[in-house]
Design a protein around this ligand. Structure first.
Ligand SMILES: NC(=O)c1ccc[n+]([C@@H]2O[C@H](COP(=O)([O-])OP(=O)(O)OC[C@H]3O[C@@H](n4cnc5c(N)ncnc54)[C@H](O)[C@@H]3O)[C@@H](O)[C@H]2O)c1
Length: 318
């Protein structure tokens, strides 16, 4: 009998897969206190993990642990060195959330470009007939977008951009130009030069030493004044204080942020008060359909692992 510890509740459709198997038991825990988790993880063969931290102390407290199954594709919250040392498999829900994140990028681009907050309030406040005095909004048609990071989400996003007839540029030094061209994108070699000419920039790379603070004041000050920055990847890629300055000094028009360097962000983070920022609480995948797909894949990855048929695309090389 294999025991699965579900750290933080997942959609019921994932739990159903475990219920259907006689050779698995499971327990859902919501409390994230380290001492409580250390006790719970002791006899587990597998765990599912959302965004809570799985540090060295916890991994070392789990002598039977064979697989960590992330609900998502990022894994900065896992101590990879300890996982590797103990030959634990790390699985992700690759391929089931890209469309949802790409849709969220469009939700943000359109909301900012079409002034959704402003317009909605305008009508509710009884100012309908003043509409000719409002600032004009922006359309996406024929606009230039730079997709930075051309992995699973970037590749899904480009299809949607093409549907809106946008001009798509791609920056990803690790992806072959032929692949970018096949998807209808123009390959960019020099990020800091190309960004100067973009109307929209959408970030889709992992948080690494190389991408940390990649969007800083120098970059932001070189961008077009009516450009819009969207980040659904990892908060640390943008220097938040620099972004706030750039918005206040009208260096760019607006920003859409689903992710933050610290989550949840401190209430005194100036970006939370900045009207030029459109915010969401790391919820790009929080659709009914996507959370259910992710829960099923998170659990299926564990079942497949023990059945000896876990798909390679789900495994992170440690
Ligand atoms: N907001 C959310 O809920 C949410 C959901 C899914 C993914 N994400 C995040 O979105 C990002 C993309 O996810 P994905 O599944 O497409 O990842 P992925 O691994 O499939 O793709 C990442 C791409 O970034 C590229 N890259 C790496 N370093 C780069 C650099 N310095 N410059 C440009 N490109 C670089 C890689 O070559 C790769 O093609 C990740 O940070 C992930 O954690 C967030």
């Amino acid at each position: 009998m294999k025991k699965v510890l579900i750290i933080e509740k997942i959609h019921e459709s994932g739990i159903e897969l475990l219920k259907a198997r006689k050779d698995f038991t499971y327990e859902v825990v919501e409390k994230l206190d380290i001492n409580f988790l250390k006790k719970k993880i002791k006899d587990c063969d597998a765990i599912t993990l959302k965004l809570s931290k799985l540090n060295k102390e916890l991994i070392e407290a789990a002598p039977k642990l064979k697989i960590i199954s992330r609900f998502g594709v990022g894994y900065n919250n896992v101590d990879l060195v300890s996982a590797k040392k103990k030959s634990i498999t790390l699985a992700i829900t690759a391929g089931v959330l890209d469309a949802s994140v790409a849709e969220h990028v469009f939700f943000m681009m359109l909301s900012i470009s079409r002034g959704v907050n402003k317009y909605d309030k305008f009508v509710r406040d009884g100012n309908f007939s003043e509409r000719y005095n409002l600032d004009l909004t922006k359309e996406l048609w024929k606009q230039k977008i730079l997709i930075a990071g051309f992995g699973r989400v970037g590749k899904n996003l480009i299809k949607k951009c093409k549907g809106f007839e946008m001009n798509v540029f791609v920056y990803d030094p690790y992806v072959n130009e032929k692949i970018i061209n096949k998807f209808g994108g123009k390959n960019i070699l020099n990020f800091s030069e190309a960004i100067k000419d973009m109307d929209y920039v959408s970030l889709h790379m992992p948080f690494t030493k190389e991408t940390e603070n990649m969007i800083n004041l120098k970059i932001l000050s070189s961008m077009k004044k009516n450009s819009i920055m969207i980040n659904t990847s990892r908060g640390e890629i943008i220097n938040e204080s620099d972004l706030n300055t750039a918005l206040n000094k009208n260096m760019i028009l607006g920003a859409g942020l689903d992710v933050f360097a610290k989550e949840p962000p401190d209430l005194n983070n100036p970006l939370l008060k900045n009207k030029k920022v459109f915010l969401s609480p790391h919820s790009a995948t929080f659709t009914e359909q996507c959370t259910s797909r992710m829960a099923e894949t998170t659990v299926q990855n564990i079942i497949d692992f023990f059945d000896g048929k876990l798909d390679k695309s789900m495994i992170v090389k440690l």
